[in-house]
Write a protein that binds this ligand. Structure first.
Ligand code: SAM
Ligand code: ZN
Length: 425
């Protein structure tokens, strides 16, 4: 079982095909830069749009290295299981200060570009034990590589799996190769499953039956977290989300979770979300309430008017205090207000912090849905949020949608507040 195992001595145990060549590769052309780190994407799949997702990973991994670990004196080990050109591996070395990074990509053709990008760091680095290297490049199927690490009792502090699509087959192996307390960064680009157009694949990949919902991209994040929670429970662990990030380009669902020792109760944050098309209200239901799923509104609520998705993660999407530390680090490094590729970290992280309020139920309500149902023009979003807060409700923006509100206020009361703002009551 994955455990707070002793530090591993990875590189000298590598079989020959994975050993990096002794010849120093030509320096990379360095055609791209992310937060001051230069690299060459070569022919690898690389999107500059994803830089914010990499920024978030670097901030979280750095905080984890500084004070999140069970054994802070152990070498800090990262594994980038689908590394493309190696930009993440490079950033884990250059910005997080990882003692060792394993960069893997199934494609052998990418080896020259990955090795060239990482070569700005000496492969073997003092003062670690003899034989320890700073980085290794391999070309293996991610699940096989992760399973091998587990079998050799080589456990990592951060594992990053930046996959295409939504095949979550690697999640169990990744959890097994992670140190207890370690961070697992998951990606899904399977928007069909997230949005309810691929219920079979959401079921096989994440164990969740998903149908179209008014907040499909939040459901997508919850589907990915729920899948990881289920795998962790199966192994006798539990996970907590560090942050969840939806990005429209792609679209991409990214989730960083922390692996925690022991099972929790397993079901308080794992259940079903029900949405009533007739009245617009959403609710969550636990496993012990399965037979009671209905809306309770006065409208007609037959099978067609109720959508149920799950089981998936119904708890908070992020860890608010960890996000506050990430924001403070982004400020310290001068990253908070510099918008790279259109994403300003200060705005993104502040919104995520507000979204972490445990009073907030899953989902959000579109402003135009409130105004359509209330038969008034849409009130300004900020005004509506302030009014709901004055009434004692939790309310905030969502990082996922621009004109939407997350709130624990029932939609009928949101309509009343919207009418009041428009002086219609
Ligand atoms: C989304 S790209 C990675 C991009 C890179 N992480 C970045 O941030 O720029 C996914 C990569 O996974 C690799 N890949 C696909 N299936 C894989 C598998 N089963 N095991 C390992 N690598 C795989 C592909 O060759 C591709 O380079
Ligand atoms: Zn209803």
């Amino acid at each position: 079982m994955a455990a707070a195992a002793a530090a591993i001595s990875l590189p000298h145990s590598l079989s020959p095909p994975f050993q990096a060549t002794r010849r120093r590769p030509a320096p990379p052309a360095c055609t791209h830069t992310e937060r001051g780190v230069s690299f060459d994407p070569g022919s690898a799949f690389y999107r500059s749009d994803s830089a914010a997702g990499r920024d978030l990973a670097v901030l979280a991994a750095t905080l984890h290295r500084r004070h999140g670990r069970l054994d802070p004196s152990a070498p800090f080990l990262c594994l980038d299981a689908m590394c493309g050109c190696g930009v993440r591996a490079l950033r884990y070395l250059a910005q997080v200060g990882a003692d060792f990074v394993w960069a893997n990509d199934a494609s052998e053709a990418l080896r020259p570009v990955i090795v060239a990008n990482l070569s700005r760091f000496e492969r073997g680095s003092p003062p670690a034990e003899a034989g320890r290297r700073r980085w290794v490049v391999s070309h293996n199927d991610a699940t096989r590589l992760l399973a091998e690490r587990y079998l050799r009792r080589e456990y990592f502090d951060v594992i990053d799996v930046d996959s295409f699509g939504g095949d979550a087959a690697y999640v169990r192996a990744a959890l097994l190769a992670l140190k207890i307390g370690g961070l697992l960064y998951l990606t899904s680009t399977d928007w069909r499953s997230a949005r309810g157009y691929g219920s079979r694949s959401s079921l096989s990949s994440y164990g969740a039956y998903v149908r179209p919902m008014p907040y499909p991209n939040e459901v997508g994040l919850r589907m990915v977290i729920g899948g990881a929670a289920r795998e962790a429970a199966l192994l006798g662990f539990h996970i907590t989300p560090v942050f969840s990030y939806f990005a429209y380009h792609g679209p991409i669902y990214r989730v960083m979770v922390k692996l925690c020792n022991g099972k929790d109760d397993g079901i308080s944050n794992y259940g079903f979300i029900c949405h009533c098309k007739s009245c617009g209200q959403s609710q969550t239901f636990g496993f012990d309430e399965l037979g009671q799923i209905s809306c309770g509104c006065t409208y007609r609520t037959d099978a067609d008017s109720i959508s149920v998705v799950g089981p998936l993660w119904t708890g908070p999407l992020h860890d608010a205090s960890f996000l506050a530390e990430m924001l403070s680090l982004a400020n310290e490094w001068g990253w908070a207000y510099t918008s790279e590729n259109g994403v300003t970290l200060e705005k993104l992280l502040s919104t995520m912090i507000e979204e972490s309020d445990p009073q907030l139920p899953p989902g959000y309500i579109r402003l135009d849905e409130i105004s359509r149902r209330a038969k008034v023009n849409s009130p300004p979003l900020g005004t509506l949020i302030n009014s709901l807060r004055k009434e004692g409700f939790s309310a905030c923006r969502s990082h996922i949608g621009t004109n939407v509100i997350k709130t624990n206020c029932p939609i009928a009361s949101c309509m009343d507040v919207a009418r009041e703002i428009r002086n219609m009551r």
